[in-house]
Every structure is written in structure tokens, then in C-alpha cells.
Design a protein around this ligand. Structure first.
Ligand code: ADP
Ligand code: MG
Length: 574
């Protein structure tokens, strides 16, 4: 027997780092502590970027945004028990959004299990509800293959969250390298196409439609189907409607975008093709009265279990969106089919778009102070760089911002998503800025937050400053959740008793100076009340290429959305 030299031994932490590197993981977010600190150190030493955050929830949101933006999962590293539990919000959000994510959780030492160990919790079981895959390697030797499986599982089929549990005693334990089952990087996700008969059927349904509509979801954005979908829209002259994160797959200013007539388009379309958009609450379940009872849905999705949810589709195209779009395109070109641009349907849509745009414009141009949402977004829009990544959350801020702020490029808008999660903004912004720094250094990240939404992860401003990320945060401040009170009414109200007894639950402290959270850590802060002040602050912030800034925009605490045709629209994400 030969003697084993020292460098043939590796620790659990090093094995994790090497395995992640082998799987082409680029970014890890987390909060260190017992027992995971060594993992973060090993990961950084091997050339994976590590960002220490202030709350595991935000760390997990950040890691999940990396997955959506790059197609390769980000990793969230957390300590045992409460650390992992804080991350569950991020796992749930990623899994609901169908975004790839890896969470690695430290857990208590194996020899103390079920004894009441420090931060002991049944973590593998707990994560099962929030993930596609949740496991603990049975030995140090198995670490590379479990990490490979987690990464593969996160990006194959419908993307989602995966959890790997790491007992504390594994982290510093050493094994002889020769006993480890090293694995190679998993193959890229296979690209599947739809059945030929289903493609022909879908094409023929299209060719017979009178009022067709194409709906572009975030699945189309994730799968990088922009070129083929753009071709389909252009070649066939089809009206299209993006979902919130489907925005930008085809530019919002494309003449066939009917977002400004959304309700009408949904309500009257006779054939709708869904590219990576589920018929969940965001699309009103595909049911009347928001849709025609006889509407024919053609569903394109990578997940077979999704097909037929809530409605019986007229055709189902199981496969990768980009590949299926190409199949459809071939078929429609063969049939020489093009939707006529002077149809009654186009006329209806164009008229509705025009009248909706005029109402928003009238609100945007109101001169009264305090400003309303429309005025704020109108003035922000004029200065936004075309290629900026827009992060957005907050009820009204996100809803109104979505219609007022254009996207020209795919995967350039991230928001509260399928799960309607508030608190995602700063984590998303940090991830986007980090990815931009490495890939497109000139690109800016602009994070438009409601004041309530900002509060969920406000301390991540310190993270933004620590890592020199030139994020611009705009807090649209209406002193509350949905609405708030102005300072005088708030003072009057306090005369009637303790705030806990009489302050309306929707209220936050009026005129809060959120910009001082930014100045506290060395960034720039602006407190603005007029369109001119917004524009000056935003111009200065954009000119500053290195430093983050926060623009706190005071608006009318009673400002609201313009009148909607459907009153329950106000409760929806769209
Ligand atoms: P939105 O919120 O924009 O309506 P959803 O999250 O509801 O979008 O839907 C996205 C859908 O895209 C999911 O059903 C998911 O399975 C699907 N999807 C993800 N990646 C692909 C892909 N490469 N090809 C086809 N469908 C995909
Ligand atoms: Mg608010």
C-alpha cells in the first residue's frame, strides 16, 4: 500500500465548491454562520462569486433571479433551522415562477439528530413542498453526484428549485479524493419538439380564426424564444399580448402589441395561443367572463401536466417553446397564411388602445401636486435607458408601472411574479446588477418599488453599497399599503388614541425619508416631490456610473389606478 499525501484529502466544503464549479455555477448568495462559513470561503476560493446578504429571503430571491436571467441556477447558501426557514420564501417564489435555483442548507451534525441539536429541523422534508428535488448526500463521496442531480433537475423539464442538505459534520470532514464519485457537468437540457399532428392541427385552427391572439409568457422569455416568436408575429401579422414578465420578448413598441387593449383582446379573441403562460389567476383561469366561452386555446408548454389546466385546449403542443414556434412557423409559411391587417378585429383593438392610451396620458400630464402614479412613471419613462433591467414590485407601483414603462428586450423585467411575492425587489436588483457587471457592464438596473414593498428588504441597501452595485432604487411613496394618510390626517388620527388602536392597518409613517437608508451607507439619496425634481434626480443617478442611489418620490397618498372596465382588475397582477 502506498502512503497517502496530504493534498489527496478534501473537505466537504471543498467538494461542494468543486462540484458547483464543475456544474458551471457562477454566483452564490447567502448568509454565513455555523456550519456553512467554510463553504462560502471554499466557493469564493474556487472562483464562484459570493454575495453576503442581510436576510436569507432576499439572498434566495437573488439566487433565483440569476437562474431566470442566465438559464443557469444561482445558489443560495443558508445556515440550519431558521436560516433555511427564511429561505423558504425564496424557494417557493422560484418554484412557482418555474425558475431554476439551488439552495444549500447547513444542518445539524448527524450524531446529534433528533436529540434537540442546535437549530435542528427536518430540512429535507420541509423543502419538499417548495422544490422539485430535496435530498441530503449520504456521504462526502456522494456530494458531487447529488449536486449534479440538483443542478440538472433545476433546469431540465419545467425549471424549479432544488435543495441540498449539508450536515454540519460533513463540512470540515476530510476524505481521500480517490474514493469520491466525481461527475462531469450535466448535459444542456434536451430540446423537444411537438408531435407533427398537433402542429398541423394548431396551424389549421389558426388559419380558421377570425380574432386570433398570441399570449407571450415568461416561459417564452426563459426559454429564449424571442427570435422565433418575433418571426411568427411578423410573418403572420398576429396581435400579441405579453404577460408581465413576457414583456420584451417582442418589444412593447411593436405595432402588433395590444397590451393597451388587454381586457378587450382577452375577452373577444376566438383563438389564443399560449407561449409559456399558464391559465392561472394572471390570465383569469382562461374562463368567462374574461374570455369567450367558445375560445379555442392552443397551449405550448414544456410541462405535460400543465396542458389542460382549467380549460380543455383545442390543441396541445408539448415541447420547447422556441422549437415549437419554429415548427408552427414552417407549417404556416407552407400554408401561406397571414392574418389580414385590415380586419374588423384589428380595428377594434386599435380603437381601444387609442382610447386607453389617451386616458393614461391625461392622468400623466396632470400638473397638480402631490403627483399621481401616472405622472411619476411618465417622467421616469422619458429617461429610462432602452436596455435597462426594470425590477418592480408593490401593488399599484407594479401594476401601473407595467403599463407605463416599456420593455424592448427579453428578460429585462422582473417583478412579484406568479406568487405575487412582495419583498423580491432588492434581491432581484442585486442579482441583476451582478450579472450585468459581468456581461454588459454599461447596463443599468432600475428598481421601482412601492414604499411598503421596499420595507420588506430595505436593509439590502447595505449589500448594494458594499458590493458597489450602481442600482437606482425609486421608491414611489404613498405612505402606505395600497393607500396611506397625509401627515396632517395622520396627526389628527393620533389624537383619538394609540396608533395600534386606531391607525388604519394600511398606513405607514407619512413622509418617511427612505433615501436616508441609502445615504447611511454612502450612496446618494433624493427626496423629491415634483416632476422636475424626479427628472433631475434620475439624470444625476444615471450619470453616476459607480454609485447606487435611492430616489424617494412622494406622491398623493390617495392616488389610484385609472377607472377599469373590470373592477376586479385592481386585485390582479395585470
Ligand atoms: P406567466 O406568469 O408569464 O404567465 P407562467 O409562469 O405562468 O408565465 O408560465 C410559464 C410556463 O412556461 C410554465 O408553464 C413552464 O412550464 C413553461 N416553460 C418554461 N420553460 C419552457 C420551455 N423551454 N419551453 C416550453 N415551456 C416552458
Ligand atoms: Mg405604498
Amino acid at each position: 500500500s502506498r502512503t497517502v499525501t496530504e493534498d489527496e484529502y478534501v473537505s466537504g466544503a471543498q467538494l461542494i465548491a468543486e462540484a458547483l464549479k464543475t456544474q458551471n455555477i457562477e454566483y452564490m448568495f447567502g448568509i454565513v454562520g455555523i456550519p456553512v462559513t467554510e463553504i462560502a470561503i471554499a466557493v469564493q476560493a474556487i472562483g464562484i462569486k459570493y454575495v453576503g446578504m442581510r436576510n436569507e429571503q432576499a439572498a434566495c430571491y437573488a439566487a433565483s433571479a440569476v437562474g431566470y436571467l442566465t438559464g443557469r441556477p444561482g445558489v443560495c447558501l443558508v445556515v440550519s433551522g431558521p436560516g433555511l426557514i427564511h429561505a423558504l420564501g425564496g424557494m417557493a417564489n422560484a418554484n412557482m415562477n418555474c425558475w431554476p435555483l439551488i439552495v444549500i442548507g447547513g444542518s445539524s451534525d448527524r450524531n446529534q439528530e433528533i436529540m434537540g441539536a442546535f437549530q435542528e429541523f427536518p430540512q429535507v422534508e420541509a423543502c419538499r413542498l417548495y422544490s422539485k428535488f430535496s435530498a441530503r448526500p449520504s456521504s462526502l463521496e456522494a456530494i458531487p453526484s447529488v449536486i449534479e442531480k440538483a443542478v440538472r433537475c433545476s433546469i431540465y423539464g419545467r425549471p424549479g428549485a432544488c435543495y441540498v442538505d449539508m450536515p454540519g459534520d460533513f463540512v470540515n470532514l476530510q476524505v481521500n479524493k480517490s474514493t469520491v464519485q466525481f461527475t462531469k457537468c450535466c448535459l444542456p437540457p434536451p430540446i423537444s419538439t411537438a408531435e407533427h399532428s398537433a402542429v398541423s392541427k394548431a396551424a389549421s385552427i389558426f388559419a380558421h380564426s377570425r380574432q386570433p391572439l398570441l399570449i407571450i409568457g415568461k416561459g417564452a422569455a426563459y426559454s429564449r424564444a424571442e427570435n422565433n416568436i418575433r418571426k411568427l408575429v411578423d410573418q403572420c401579422g398576429l396581435p400579441f399580448l405579453p404577460t408581465p414578465m413576457g414583456k420584451g420578448v417582442v418589444p412593447d413598441n411593436h405595432p402588433n402589441c395590444v397590451a393597451a387593449a388587454r381586457s378587450m383582446a382577452l375577452q373577444h379573441a376566438d383563438v389564443i395561443i399560449l407561449f409559456g403562460a399558464r391559465l392561472n389567476w394572471i390570465l383569469h383561469f382562461g374562463l368567462p367572463p374574461r374570455f369567450r366561452p367558445d375560445v379555442k386555446f392552443i397551449q405550448v408548454d414544456i410541462c405535460a401536466e400543465e396542458l389542460g389546466n382549467n380549460v380543455r385546449p383545442a390543441a396541445i403542443l408539448l415541447g420547447d417553446i422556441s422549437a415549437v414556434t419554429e415548427q408552427l412557423l414552417e407549417q404556416l409559411v407552407l400554408m401561406e397564411w397571414k392574418y389580414p391587417s385590415y380586419s374588423e378585429w384589428w380595428k377594434m383593438l386599435r380603437e381601444k388602445m387609442k382610447s386607453n392610451e389617451e386616458t393614461s396620458k391625461a392622468l400623466a400630464l396632470q400638473k397638480s401636486l402631490p403627483m399621481n402614479y401616472y405622472t411619476v412613471f411618465h417622467h421616469v419613462r422619458e429617461l429610462l435607458p432602452r436596455d435597462c433591467i426594470l425590477v418592480s414590485e408593490g401593488a399599484n407601483t407594479m401594476d401601473i408601472g407595467r403599463s407605463m414603462l416599456p420593455n424592448y428586450l427579453p428578460r429585462h423585467r422582473i417583478d412579484a411574479g406568479t406568487f405575487g411575492t412582495m419583498g423580491v425587489g432588492l434581491g432581484f436588483a442585486i442579482a441583476s446588477a451582478l450579472v450585468a457587471k459581468d456581461r454588459t457592464p454599461e447596463q443599468r438596473v432600475i428598481c421601482i418599488e412601492g414604499d411598503s414593498a421596499f420595507g420588506f428588504s430595505g436593509m439590502e441597501v447595505e449589500t448594494i453599497c458594499r458590493y458597489n452595485l450602481p442600482v437606482i432604487i425609486i421608491v414611489v411613496n404613498n405612505n402606505g399599503i395600497y393607500h396611506g394618510l397625509d401627515a396632517n390626517t395622520w396627526k389628527e388620527m393620533l389624537k383619538s388614541g394609540e396608533p395600534a388602536a386606531c391607525a388604519p392597518p394600511i398606513c405607514l409613517l407619512p413622509n418617511s425619508h427612505y433615501e436616508q437608508i441609502m445615504t447611511a451607507f454612502g450612496g446618494k439619496g433624493y427626496f423629491v416631490k415634483t416632476p422636475e425634481e424626479i427628472q433631475n434626480a434620475l439624470k444625476e443617478s444615471l450619470a453616476e456610473k459607480q454609485m447606487p442611489s435611492l430616489i424617494n418620490v412622494m406622491i398623493d397618498p390617495q392616488s389610484d389606478r385609472r377607472q377599469q372596465d373590470f373592477h376586479w382588475l385592481t386585485r390582479s397582477n395585470m
